[in-house]
Design a binder for this molecule. Structure first.
Ligand SMILES: NC(=O)C[C@H](N)C(=O)O
Length: 335
């Protein structure tokens, strides 16, 4: 009989940090084995745990190549019949980006659960070990199957698409401002109150490296030549983190029109955490103007995730139908 296996991939972050001589956190210094040796595993867990230290980085240093590496590891593990789930430990600063990338690029045969911590393992009242134990429990649970990549933090379960870091230091570090969480873990009980609808089509194959896609924030009197500069520096697509309903300073639309005419796709999202963007206004710099300029409005996806969606599509055979694919990939809400 083959034993079932749960694989923990560690990547660094506060959850894997040790204390430096100055008393600060050395993020990502702990190896996976020593981290896991301190975790009280959930009672009744039948799967064997395997730990692999994939990266040793604070999450601000995670690169697009690192995302591809993690995806490769998850894909390979998904091929092993004995692997029933994957847990990834990660720094919290970019955790939602890694989670979303994996969510749209993995087939999802087995659950992938990402967690981190706000307090380092050596700090009193650390959430590191509890979050890992809960993530293991969730990844081993039949209820996690078919939900895509999940984030487990502070006993709360989130869909990768909606989750955001909302607090710099307190234990309730993540939220899904638009939809709320999917559920929670209470002791050994996994309670699922909602299911994310997985976006279709998933981007099953990537045949090129992830290209550079930049995010440009709109703000009061922001200079429009940022747009030209980004393209000159090699951006293959742009995400505009727009104001409110999807607005930019009045000087921007002509630069955006030039970018689109030159073959650079431009996507508009709102920097607000809640609510759709909509063409309800008519003024210079309104969403109406941007649509006329050829930009693509995108609903309820943060700029950081829209950037990854664009990069993934441009690196895939779906690049030829970018607009339609982007819409499909991002239009599935939590049910
Ligand atoms: N809580 C954390 O993990 C923050 C840390 N700076 C990181 O993202 O690596």
């Amino acid at each position: 009989m083959t034993t079932s296996k749960l694989v923990v991939l560690t990547t660094g972050g506060t959850i894997a940090s040790s204390q430096s001589d100055s008393g600060r956190h050395r993020s990502g210094a702990l190896q996976g084995e020593s981290l896991l040796s301190q975790v009280s595993l959930p009672p009744g867990l039948t799967a064997e745990i395997e730990v692999r230290s994939v990266l040793q980085k604070p999450s601000n240093a995670i690169s697009l190549d690192d995302l591809m590496l993690l995806r490769q590891q998850c894909l390979a593990l998904g091929e092993s019949p004995e692997v029933v789930g994957i847990v990834i430990t990660h720094g919290t600063d970019t955790l939602e980006e890694t989670a979303y990338f994996l969510d749209i690029t993995l087939p999802g045969r087995i659950p992938v659960v990402i967690t981190g911590s706000q307090r380092a393992p050596h700090e009193p009242g650390t959430d590191a070990f509890r979050n890992i134990a809960d993530a293991i429990q969730l990844a081993a649970s039949p209820q996690a199957r078919g939900l895509g990549t999940l984030v487990l933090f502070n006993q709360t379960l989130f869909a990768a698409r909606q989750v955001r870091k909302v607090n710099t230091f307190q234990l309730e570090g993540f939220a899904a401002p638009e939809t709320g969480p999917l559920g929670y873990i209470d002791g050994t009980r996994v309670h699922l109150a909602a299911r994310p609808i997985r976006p279709q089509p998933l981007v099953a194959s990537l045949d090129a490296a992830l290209p550079r896609v930049d995010i440009l924030p709109a703000y009061l009197d922001a200079p429009a030549d940022m747009i030209d500069a980004a393209i000159e520096r090699g951006s293959r697509a742009l995400v505009i983190d727009a104001l409110g309903r999807g607005h930019v300073p009045p000087t921007w639309p002509s630069h955006i029109a030039k970018a689109v005419a030159g073959g650079t796709p431009v996507v508009i999202v709102s920097s607000c955490q809640r609510g759709p963007i909509e063409t309800v206004y008519e003024f210079d710099g309104s969403l109406c103007d941007l649509v006329v300029a050829g930009a693509m409005p995108l609903q309820d996806l943060s700029a950081r995730k829209a950037r990854l969606a664009l990069a993934v599509l441009l690196a895939s055979p779906l690049r030829g139908s970018l607009k339609a694919s982007l819409k499909t990939l991002t239009s599935a809400d939590a049910a």
